[in-house]
Design a protein around this ligand. Structure first.
Ligand code: HSE
Length: 307
């Protein structure tokens, strides 16, 4: 029997302008999973701590992602999975993605890495689909690959890795309310105007260019969302005020993290990030909703084995 312990990082998807295509990997918040090989074939989830999630393989995002992988490769053994959740479900910082990513990464390691990290995105997306009803890769790709990722295309899947500028810090303020991704997707309109599309793809290009050239001001100018944020922010009490507080304190930009309710900000330098996180916390106290807040470097590695 072989066993490994894994750190499965949280992530921030969309990054304002890049709905379903952009994301970044967080460094100091994530789940842990233990995965072991067993003689009996198949996937069994043996333990879950920190969250009330189903143990049945087909009803659990880690189980579904793991099944997608073993159905492809048909290994001569089975796997047991223990999941220790630190990222709350429905928080907007990639809780389901962390579980799906941990499962496929761990099994792939135990099998001697038949797939590259990029190839694992496909299997992890199957778990994400169970959680949200949609196969998007903007959380699973950064959680697997680290840094920033762009889903250049879904058909076929084409993931582009983008290294983070070294001084970039991310903040995620997590109000203790749950917004299910499936509900946050239901408020969106299937059609958008050409005017909004032009604004949005200008910003996506600007953000990518800013990341690639370490142009922090361009990154800040590009963190704008005229399509999704206006429809979703009503699900997040105090969103406009806390975003304004982040910008006034010097954040490069701020917006909804993934499908919410977490609110993210990007900052240049650790000191600025600390000041912005204090300003956001002070402001969010006015809502009376309890919250936690994370300040993190962009994690350059993604999911990893820990001892
Ligand atoms: N892109 C996804 C959304 C991320 O915003 O719905 C959440 O899983």
């Amino acid at each position: 029997m072989k066993e490994i312990k894994i750190f499965c990082p949280a992530s921030i998807a969309n990054l304002s302008c890049g709905f379903d295509v952009l994301g970044l990997c967080l460094d100091n918040i994530g789940d842990e999973m233990i995965i072991r090989t067993v003689a009996e074939r198949g996937i069994r989830i043996t333990k879950i701590t920190g969250a009330d999630l189903p143990l049945e393989t087909e009803k659990n995002v880690a189980g579904v992602a793991a099944l997608a992988l073993i159905n492809e490769i048909n290994p001569g053994c089975g796997f047991e999975i223990e999941i220790h959740k630190n990222i709350k479900a429905g928080s907007g910082i990639g809780s389901s993605a962390a579980s799906a990513v941990g499962a496929v990464f761990g099994i792939n390691e135990l099998l001697g890495k038949p797939f590259s990290r990029k190839e694992l995105v496909y299997f992890a997306m199957k778990g994400e689909a169970l959680a949200s009803g949609s196969e998007h890769a903007d959380n699973v790709a950064p959680a697997l690959l680290g840094g920033f990722t762009l889903v250049r295309g879904y058909e076929p899947l084409d993931i582009v890795q983008i290294e983070s500028p070294s001084e970039l810090f991310a903040i995620a303020l997590h109000p203790q309310i749950e917004v299910k991704t499936v509900d946050a997707r239901a408020v969106l309109h299937p059609m958008i105007s050409l005017k909004s599309a032009i604004t949005q793809w200008g910003n996506v290009g600007g953000l990518i260019a800013g990341l690639c050239t370490n142009d922090y001001e361009l990154i800040g100018r590009s963190l704008q969302d005229v399509i999704v944020e206006p429809l979703r922010k009503v699900l997040i009490p105090g969103f406009d005020d806390v975003k304004l507080a982040a910008l006034k304190a010097g954040a490069l930009g701020s917006g909804i993290s993934g499908s919410g309710p977490s609110i993210f900000a990007l900052c240049k330098g650790e000191e600025n990030a600390k000041n912005v996180s204090i300003a956001m916390s002070e402001n969010y106290k006015n809502t009376g909703i309890s919250f936690d807040i994370h300040v993190s470097r962009v994690n350059p590695i993604g999911v990893k084995i820990i001892n």
